[in-house]
Design a protein. Structure first.
Length: 210
């Protein structure tokens, strides 16, 4: 092998090594959580008090976003008419709430997370992994828990926020979210003991065999 070929071969190996190491770095690098991305951007724009208000509004936005997305799924995938109706109501109401929230954030120059967090994605995977009445139960249970959390969050914002507009928005939102929770709890109580028709048929077959 002549000298030129040796140099060419070495250069090719070096380039390949750089390409592979770069490729490995790209695949192992974890994409930053949307919530953390927004937090970092807000840290650059606000003092400590303003940053806390931004964090609280981001938290409210994340909860609202999840409830909209989960309800979109439930509106088409739910088995019972009552849960479908509930999902349609939550999707519609929280879409409006979401617009009010994003408009408020824009006026205050607050950056909101652009997507669900990893934890929320796991919750969504858990929901979408269910089917039949089990899906309806999982959806209503999640909505019950998340609306309880939302009420606590909005009450805290109404109490602790420095910005008057953010404070007022949260205070005005609490009663509506409480009314949603009342409907969710009623729906949950109506379906929590239900079984899928297929499961009932299997139970009956087992009973006949015995």
């Amino acid at each position: 092998m002549n000298i030129i070929n040796k140099i060419t071969l070495k250069a090719t190996v070096v380039c390949l090594g750089i390409t592979l190491s770069t490729s490995c770095a790209d695949t192992t690098k974890k994409e930053e959580d949307p919530k953390e991305q927004a937090k970092e951007m807000n840290e650059e724009k606000f003092d400590n008090k303003g940053e806390k208000d931004a964090d609280r509004l981001s938290e409210a936005h994340m909860g609202n976003l999840y409830e909209i997305m989960a309800s979109e799924n439930a509106a088409s995938k739910a088995t019972t008419a009552e849960v479908k109706k509930l999902a349609d109501m939550i999707k519609s109401a929280h879409t409006k709430m979401g617009k009010d929230l994003t408009d408020l954030a824009a006026r205050k120059n607050i950056t909101l997370p652009a997507d669900l967090t990893d934890e929320q994605k796991r919750d969504m995977d858990k929901l979408n992994g269910k089917s039949g009445v089990d899906f309806d139960k999982e959806y209503t249970e999640q909505m019950k828990n998340k609306h309880n959390d939302a009420i606590k969050s909005y009450e805290k914002i109404a109490d602790k926020a420095e910005d008057v507009d953010i404070k007022q928005w949260a205070a005005n939102t609490v009663p509506e979210v409480q009314s949603h929770l009342t409907m969710i709890e009623s729906c949950w109580n109506n379906i929590k003991d239900m079984k899928d028709k297929d499961n009932k048929n299997n139970d009956n077959k087992d009973h006949v065999k015995k």
